[in-house]
Design a binder for this molecule. Structure first.
Ligand code: FAD
Length: 534
């Protein structure tokens, strides 16, 4: 029996020992197997190819799986060198490593290209272990190998497919990114990688996800839950500083795939992925923005003309109202003192006539007051409004040598507001700042604008390096007809009153920061859950 012979050759067992170990013909016929016999049967019937060699790799034992995997019958293999299995393609360095490892009496593990007796090449995943005698010397080697050709083929196919997908994704001319369920980037392309440096952020996808969630609201969660797609969702990325905003049209598809974690072997689990494409539409948007700014200039000029007329008339009414009030007081006084009975009839009549005429004048002036356009309430992005105001005021900012530090928070919730009124308000505040810095002397002229959300609020900060507003005037400046410019100027004293009015109609808040001493810092606050009223 070949197994017994092999083990007899391997083990320093005497004939008696062999008998006692159950290796003799007679004991093999016993129905109850001894542990050694059991062990030998287990090795012989093992599903992996097992061979035992002497120190020179000459085969002394092969099991049944060896024959199945290599095609060699035991009688063809025994006594021959393991090199008979070599296809001679495996690089020499691999064998050198194999033998160097065995020389150190260590276990070698690796992959060799073998040749089946009849069927040609196959990949052998081989482990060789030295068998040591009582002096610690290697007397034999045991080799265990599996045919991993199919597994390797599958592995290569997966790698090839991955490479193919990466090449295809890389050749897509728009930024493309695949995210796992934790929003981590699994795959991206060159255009997306380019965004990292263009936008100056380490992981641009976090900005895009924030903007999309903001833009899509409930729809984002609904589409995700149903594993559906969305497309043509435009987002605006505000970069701040001197960089113009960028626009992207986003499309996304959610899909689920079986998770490959070990713990999912018996219990399947789905992993959700999102494939996002971000098409840069900044060019088109800039063209649209130019057209919009031109239209805005015309609208704002018209609004300013009406506003100016309203302010002039308000000023006149204010002026006329004072003597009318005095006349009214005089008439009341005379009437209290007995009126016509005291011989003041003529005077009283004259005063009443003058009072009526004054009241008529005030009423006529009030009737002449042009109506303000009724403004529509809609979701407004304050970053966009502020950016437009900056564009509108660019000529003045450049002429004034003013350095603008624009620091918008990229993901800003919208507010329900009257966009035109807010734009007029911010324009007024920025014009005030520009005017204030005109008299700066050699002091740097710096205008800082910043937005940031906090819970349900959006904060806007407008900071200039002008002379600032003295503490005692910080409330007064918001009163109508109050001006620090000594009454000069057509609209003197109504600018900040208009600002206060717009803030009030948006249930917002405005204050001059008392902590700031390098100029004037105006803080505004708007509630994202409040809607503007007229
Ligand atoms: P070889 O002439 O055998 O030698 C190649 C290099 O190995 C030379 O540099 C030589 O110096 C060194 N070398 C060879 N024999 C020894 C040694 N006894 N001691 C130290 N260095 C030595 N090879 C396979 O291709 N497929 C197998 O499935 C396989 N299974 C093996 C199982 C066992 C248990 C052992 C011990 C070896 C096995 N080998 C196997 C290795 C095999 O014996 C050959 O070394 C190898 O096939 C290279 O054969 P070769 O004729 O090209 O070169």
């Amino acid at each position: 029996m070949r197994l017994e012979k092999a083990f007899a050759a391997l083990l320093p067992i005497t004939d008696a020992g062999v008998d006692s170990a159950g290796l003799s013909e007679s004991s093999s016929e016993n129905t109850t197997m001894t542990p050694l016999r059991l062990f030998m049967e287990a090795v012989d019937q093992s599903p992996v190819a097992i061979s035992i060699t002497d120190q020179r790799a000459n085969i002394v034992y092969v099991n049944q799986a060896f024959t199945r995997i290599t095609g060699y019958m035991p009688e063809e293999a025994l006594g021959r060198n393991e090199s008979m299995l070599s296809d001679k393609i495996t690089p020499q360095r691999v064998y050198e490593d194999l033998w160097n490892t065995l020389a150190r009496k260590q276990v070698w593990q690796g992959v060799l290209i073998n040749r089946h007796k009849a069927k040609g090449k196959y990949l052998a995943d081989l482990t060789i272990a030295p068998m040591l005698d009582e002096h610690g010397e290697a007397t034999h080697y045991i080799g265990i190998h599996r045919d991993v050709t199919e597994f390797y083929g599958l592995e290569q196919r997966v790698k090839n497919q991955k490479k193919l997908i990466e090449t295809v994704v890389d050749s897509i001319p728009v930024a493309t990114v695949l995210l796992d369920g934790e929003d981590k980037v699994v795959l991206d392309n060159q255009v997306y990688k380019g965004l990292t440096s263009e936008l100056g952020v380490a992981e641009p996808i976090q900005i895009f996800l924030g903007l999309l969630r903001e833009e899509m609201g409930e729809y984002w969660a609904a589409v995700k839950r149903k594993g559906k797609s969305f497309r043509n969702h435009e987002v605006r990325v505000d970069l701040g500083g001197r960089r113009a905003p960028r626009w992207f049209s986003c499309a996304g598809t959610w899909f689920a795939e079986s998770d490959i974690g070990v713990e999912t072997y018996f219990q399947q689990r789905q992993q959700t992925y999102l494939l996002l494409t971000l098409t840069d539409i900044t060019q088109q948007k800039r063209q649209q923005e130019e057209i919009r700014i031109t239209a805005l200039k015309a609208i704002m000029a018209d609004e300013e003309r009406i506003q100016s007329l309203r302010e002039t008339l308000s000023g006149v009414i204010h002026q006329v109202q004072a003597p009318v009030n005095m006349l009214s007081a005089a008439v009341s006084t005379l009437e209290r003192r007995g009126g016509e009975g005291n011989g003041n009839a003529a005077l009283l009549g004259l005063l009443k006539q003058a009072l009526d005429s004054g009241r008529d004048t005030v009423a006529t002036l009030q009737n002449c007051m042009p109506e303000q356009d009724s403004a529509k309430v809609a979701p407004v992005n304050l970053n966009q409004v502020l950016h437009e105001v900056l564009i509108l005021l660019t000529p003045r900012l450049l002429a004034g040598g003013i350095v603008v530090d624009w620091q918008p928070t990229p993901v800003l919730p919208t507010v329900m507001a009257m966009e035109n009124r807010l734009r007029a308000m911010f324009k007024q505040l920025l014009e005030n700042a520009i005017d204030a810095m005109r008299h700066n002397g050699s002091k740097p002229r710096e205008l800082r604008l910043a937005t940031h959300p906090e819970a349900d609020l959006i904060h806007v900060v407008i900071e200039d390096s002008g002379p600032g507003i003295p503490p005692e005037l910080r409330t007064k400046v918001f009163e109508p007809f109050f001006s620090t410019k000594g009454g000069a100027g057509r609209q003197a004293g109504m600018g900040l009153a208009m600002v206060q009015d717009v803030v009030n109609s948006h249930a917002g808040m405005i204050m001059i920061d008392p902590e700031y001493s390098n100029g004037c810092r105006i803080r505004l606050q708007f509630d994202t859950h409040q809607s503007a009223g007229n």
